[in-house]
Structure formats: C-alpha cells, structure tokens
Design a protein around this ligand. Structure first.
Ligand SMILES: [Zn+2]
Length: 618
C-alpha cells in the first residue's frame, strides 16, 4: 500500500500593508461526497474559543473542471460540491492580532500560528502536509528571512520555500516568523537552539544566549537526556508594553516588553529580566509538561469545540512552580530572589477571595468561560489554576519531601509522568497525576489532593515552608503597585485605612476597576466602573486616591462623590483596615543542620540519597 497523498498548502504574505495572507489548500483526492474543510476555533495552550474563521475574508474553490460551489455549513466549516481532484481552496486571512495566539502581518514582519491560517481537510487530518511559504513580493522585502521549527523540505536555512509536517496536528504546532529578526544560536545538551528576536530592541544578545542555555540545560537534565527535540526555537516579539507566551512541540512564541531584555553592560538581573527568564523557562518546561505529557482529552485535540479537563492545575500550575524554581536551581537567581517570586505568587492567591469559592480543579474545568473571560468580579469569584496550581505544586513537593525524609520529591513524580506518559505519547487520564504521585513516592496522598485540588481552604504553606527553614508572613499592601514577596519598605505599626478597590487614573479622577468582597467600598455600594471624583469634597487626582484615603483613620467615615455612567452619586464609606493579604517569604538564619539540608536539597534540586540508594531508574 502506498502512502496517502499529502495535503499541499501555499501561504503568501500577499498584501502586508492590508494585513492579508493568501492561502491555498490543495487536495488531490477530494471526498467524492463533497470535501469538507474547517478552521480551528481555538489554539492549543490558550483555552478560549477565538473563532479564527472570522478572519477568513473570502474563500473560493476550483478543480480541474473550473470553479467549485462552496457552501458554508457553520461558523468555521465549508463544504465543496463533489468534484474530481485536485481540488484547491483559495482564501485570504486578515492578520492583525499582535499576540502569540493568532496571526499578524504588516510591512515590518509576519507571524502566524497554523490554527489561524490553515484549513483542516476533514477526514484527512492524519495526512502529511507540505507547505510552500512564499516571500512577499517587492524589493522592500528582499532581506526578509524566516524562522520556524518546521522541517524544511526545499528551503535554505531561514529561507522561504517548502516545509513539511507529518500531519495537520504538527502543521499547526510550528508557528512561523518572517522579517528582519535578530538571530542567536546556542547548543544545550547537544541540541541546537535558536532565538529569533523581532521588533526594535537593544538586547545584550550574548548574555541572553548564555542565560537561556542554562535554563534549557536544566530542564533537559531534569527530565533526563536525551532531549525530546532535535532542535528548538524561541520566537520573541519585543514591544513597548506586552506580555505573553505560548508553548509548541519544538518552539515557543513570546511577547515581551523590550525593556525586559538585558542591555549591554548591565550585570544585575532586573525584576523585568527575571520575569522574562521565568517566562522562557515556563514555555520550555512545557516541551515536556503538556506538549508530550498531555491530558488524554487533548489526545488528539478537538480544535472545533471546548475540551474540558480538571488537570490544567498540573500542566500550568506545576509548570509555573518549576519555571521559577529552575532559575534558582540553575544559579541564575539567588534563593532570596526566588523566595521573592514565590511570595509574589502567594500574594496573588491570597488577594483573591475567589480562592474560597472555586477549587483549582473547577478553575481548570471552567478555564474557557471563567479564567479566560475574567470580568470585574473575577477576584471575588475565581482562583487561578496558574498561581494556586503553583502553590499546590509547592505544597505537594514539600509534603512529599517531609513524609519521605527527603528521599522523594515532586521531581520524582514528574520523571515518572515523563516515563509513563511522555515517552509513550499516551494521554494522561484525569486521575493519573494523583495516582502517579502516590506510586512514585509510596505515600497516600488522597487527603492532600482532596484538600488542595477539590477544596477551597488555604494550603498549609506556613508549616510546610518552616520545614525547609523559610518563614511565611502576611502584611498589608503598601500601595496598589505592591506585588508582595518582600518586607514592607516602611515599617508600619498598624495597617492603613483603605476602600478595598483597584483603580486606574481617569480624566477628572480615577475609575474603579475592581471592588473587593467584604471591603468598605462594597459595603457602601460602590461598583466597578464608578469614576471617583472627590473625597470629602476634595477633587481626586489620578493615582493619589490611596494616599487621600490613607490619610484618614480606620473606622472613619468619608464622603465620596462618584459618577456612575453620567449620574453623580454620593456615598458614605466607613473605612476598613487594609487586609493582611501580602505574602513575604524569608530565609530563616537560625535553623538546624537537617532543616538546612532540606532547604538545600529543595532549592538546589539535588537528590538527597534516594536515587543513589535505589539505583538508576528508581
Ligand atoms: Zn503555560
């Protein structure tokens, strides 16, 4: 039996000024009942229905005998009339979404995810795909190059030409960047890595390569050599303000502020650069944890509908835990700097009253309609499977370390998941993470998981962190910009009076974006969207609201004038003390030797003795 014929795609940045890609898809043997094509509604790693088909501008079809009638059968599906092959569908895609999730094209560069641009040929999803990527026409684009982790078929390195993918799933898992990007390369554990940086920047590219190499080597060694890829690509888009990342099987797309990249001559790691490295670490860890160790319900992905899983806490939360832990384990940041990051994660969880209402299992399941569609009430109603998922991972790690006297850890659980599900490409059933955790550690963890995953009470982090010589403290926020993680800059003897809101400056005052549950503002009837214009008759100026309110005492009543829509309203607000919702983690100096050894083992990632005792493969 010969191999089934490939599906041929051709993509051309036909009109960069109008943000239009022209795409064709050719099937040599269309379905005799009429070939159906569809475009994904979502893209793996970003759990929201985005309906990429809304950007298909016009679509028509031809076969050997001329034009073929096309009928649209739902928001993202087209059926061609029965015809002899080859059948070619031709369409344009409007690409003006500068994010890691969709497609973007202008006269400076082009970027796309396959889920935004490539129709899937129904019934032929497993066919190999051949993609011809054409250069934009015109001398202005003569210097454009191309970066993708897709296998070239007939293309010079970084050149336009033909590429191939084993099937549709792979075709849409290799994003493509084209333009005049900065290209860096390094080797990590024998694997060739490249970094393509688009957008204006002045980054110290040598330092970036050196630091990324350490992160990549850490993750490869964590799961065990050889790496699951033979090459890897970081696609970085730098902008003024922006943040985002999306994982793929042999690459990742990152959007970051150009100021988060290090400049030549800088030696220290700025907070922004530390955040950027954590983002790179996060997406790279996904190469194992979700791209290969992946939920059974995503095997294969159904890209036409929402797919629900209660496991996002494990794929995003565990990844969020290890992305920062890898920075301290690889020596890029100090233990104190790591604890600051961990304290900021805990602060984000402690500031959300939604943590008492939604479990991380529920948060995972409802990602599509809650986490990805957050409104002004989100802090009161939901919990993040990223941040609480990271704290669950920390609590699980420390619980295992305590119960096994340091002989086992979450590291062993991850390696067991990799052996069982990653290397074999078997999907992870919904109960399997909990089962593997018990098998890999020999512990009964049912009660832990019931509380941490399906419960809503706070995790016992103060006790668990004490076991590794770390103090967990809570204090009041000093300002809206206070992210937590470090002690107060000014020692305050008692918390200040607050309204219990978040706000942004607005002409003539400030606009409330969030009103927190059980706050003074909520009790008085203030609402998100209200524009606060005066406190006790004095005009509010932009970002001064915290100071204006803080100058009053706890329990004091102030009069607030606000515009709700176009109506001026007055509220009497009895101020409350700022809640203790800002977490501070600190290394304890006076700890005994065994606590110190536990902390070292945790922060250095060294295996205390278990593997040495049990031998390789334990
Ligand atoms: Zn992630």
């Amino acid at each position: 039996m010969s191999d089934p014929p490939a599906i041929h795609y051709r993509l051309s940045p036909s009109d960069p000024g109008a943000h239009l890609f022209e795409v064709t898809c050719t099937v040599s043997d269309p379905d005799p009942r009429g070939q159906v094509f569809w475009l994904p509604a979502w893209t793996p790693g970003s759990y929201m229905i985005r309906d990429f088909a809304r950007h298909v501008v016009r679509l028509r079809a031809t076969s050997g005998s001329g034009a073929v009638v096309v009928e649209k059968t739902d928001k993202q599906t087209w059926r061609c009339a029965p015809c002899d092959g080859p059948l070619t569908v031709l369409y344009e895609v409007y690409a003006w979404d500068l994010s890691v999730r969709a497609a973007h094209l202008d006269t400076t560069h082009g970027y796309f995810n396959g889920t935004s641009v490539f129709l899937c040929t129904a019934g032929k999803e497993t066919r190999p795909c051949i993609l011809d990527i054409q250069a934009p026409k015109g001398g202005a684009y003569g210097s454009w190059r191309l970066a993708t982790a897709m296998q070239p078929l007939e293309a010079s390195p970084h050149g336009f030409g033909t590429y191939r993918a084993a099937d549709y799933d792979e075709l849409v898992d290799h994003p493509v960047e084209m333009g005049n990007f900065t290209l860096l390369s390094f080797e990590a554990c024998g694997v060739s890595h490249e970094v393509a940086i688009s957008g204006r920047h002045r980054a110290d590219t040598h330092r970036l390569s050196v630091d990324l190499k350490r992160i990549c080597e850490h993750h490869i060694r964590f799961f065990g050599e050889p790496a699951p890829v033979d090459r890897y690509l970081f696609l970085i888009m730098t902008v003024g303000e922006g943040y985002g990342g999306l994982e793929h099987r042999a690459s990742c797309s990152l959007l970051c502020s150009r100021d988060s990249l290090p400049r030549a001559g800088e030696k220290d790691i700025s907070d922004d650069y530390r955040g950027f490295l954590a983002l790179c670490s996060h997406e790279y860890f996904h190469t194992w944890n979700i791209k290969r160790i992946r939920p059974a319900v995503f095997t294969p992905y159904d890209l036409r509908h929402e797919v629900h899983t209660r496991l996002l806490w494990a794929f995003e939360g565990i990844t969020s835990y290890y992305d920062e832990l890898a920075l301290v384990r690889s020596g890029l940041i100090s233990p104190a700097s790591y604890l600051e990051l961990l304290g900021q994660t805990a602060t984000r969880v402690w500031r959300s009253r939604g943590r008492f209402k939604q479990s991380v299992a529920e948060s995972s399941f409802d990602a599509w309609t809650k986490f990805y569609k957050q409104d002004e009430n989100a802090p009161n109603a939901i919990v993040s499977y990223y941040t609480k998922g990271a704290l669950v991972s920390l609590a699980l790690d420390l619980t295992i370390r305590r119960a096994t006297s340091g002989m086992r850890s979450l590291d062993d659980v991850m390696r067991a998941l990799w052996e069982r599900y990653g290397k074999t490409s078997k999907g992870v059933p919904e109960q399997a993470v909990e089962q593997i955790a018990e098998e890999a550690t020999g512990l009964s963890l049912g009660a832990f998981f019931d509380q941490a995953l399906r419960g809503t009470e706070d995790l016992p982090l103060p006790e668990l962190l004490a076991e590794v010589g770390v103090a967990f403290g809570l204090r009041a926020a000093e300002s809206q910009e206070d992210k937590g993680g470090k002690p107060a800059s000014v020692a305050a003897d008692k918390p200040a009076a607050v309204l219990g809101v978040r706000s942004v400056p607005e002409a003539g005052g400030c606009k409330l974006t969030h009103v927190f549950e059980d706050s003074a503002a909520q009790a008085a009837g203030l609402s998100a969207g209200d524009v606060l214009v005066a406190v006790n008759g004095i005009r509010v100026s932009g970002d001064k609201i915290g100071k204006m309110v803080g100058s009053h005492g706890v329990g004091e009543t102030v009069s607030l004038h606000v515009f709700r829509r176009d109506e001026l309203m007055e509220f009497q607000v009895e101020l409350k003390a700022a809640p203790l919702d800002t977490c501070v983690l600190e290394l304890l100096d006076a700890v005994d030797e065994s606590t110190l050894a536990c902390r070292e083992a945790w922060l250095r990632g060294v295996v205390k003795s278990a593997r040495a005792l049990a031998g390789p493969g334990a």
